[in-house]
Design a protein around this ligand. Sequence first.
Ligand SMILES: [Zn+2]
Length: 291
Amino acid sequence: MARRRVIEPAADTGDEPPPPEPMVVGVAKALSPLARRILAPNPSVFTGPGTNTYLVGIDEIVVIDPGPADDSHLDAIVGCGGDRIRWIAVTHTHPDHSPGVAGLKERTGAEVLAFTAKDGLKPDRRIGDGHTIEATEFRLSAIHTPGHASNHLCFLLEEERMLFSGDHIMDGSTVVIRPPDGDMAAYLDSLARLRTMRLRSIAPGHGRLIQQPAEVIDWYIAHRHERERQVLDVLREQGSAKIDQLVPIVYADVDEERQQIARHSMHAHLLKLAAEGKVTGRTLTGKWSIV
Ligand SMILES: [Zn+2]
């Protein structure tokens, strides 16, 4: 029954929720009284529909993640926030999140805030866990969430309990953890910490607003534990194996292109298990063995 419902067109059943509104590039979408989202024109297998840039505030605005260095996107951000853009906050320094900072700084003169200077980004101010941006209408607090990237910050809009999660949590997919900068143990610790916070919604770096934060974080944690268990089971069967041999078995449910990416997350799982003394091995291409 449940399966039929999913495949039936909504018009036939009458009680289906309407299909989600399409995400449109370059057009500001209001998510709440204080938050707006502009989608960047960079869709891909890594970025889904593209990178989300968020504008928080009305009189004084923080831009979270200007995205790629794309003039049309930066113009759309300035068209929406104008000279009220006071700060540019960066979740992490990956190529789909931070290269737009320089162009937006040039256009607005806003202060650039990030965890570290890295990957070509030079923040005006380095901020860490607990740093709070105090604006006239809101407070936005930084939470250091290493895992996907060692310099990853999430931002909590306290008035609305909305978490801007960057690439720590995405809508509709899991996150690639790529050692050595990516770290699975740190990733799980960061998720557990977010789980203890009273969140109303999560505004991810990619995809739509997440309205059930606790359920999604629980699913993320359970999914990683399940993958870890699968990795251990397969390695136990084989005794020892290379990552390229393990991936098609453990990630049989994803297509080949994603399996290439999954090699890195598998590596991250194995490094965590090695630190716990359950397996031995070190590299992406070398042999891994059960202890
Ligand atoms: Zn991203």
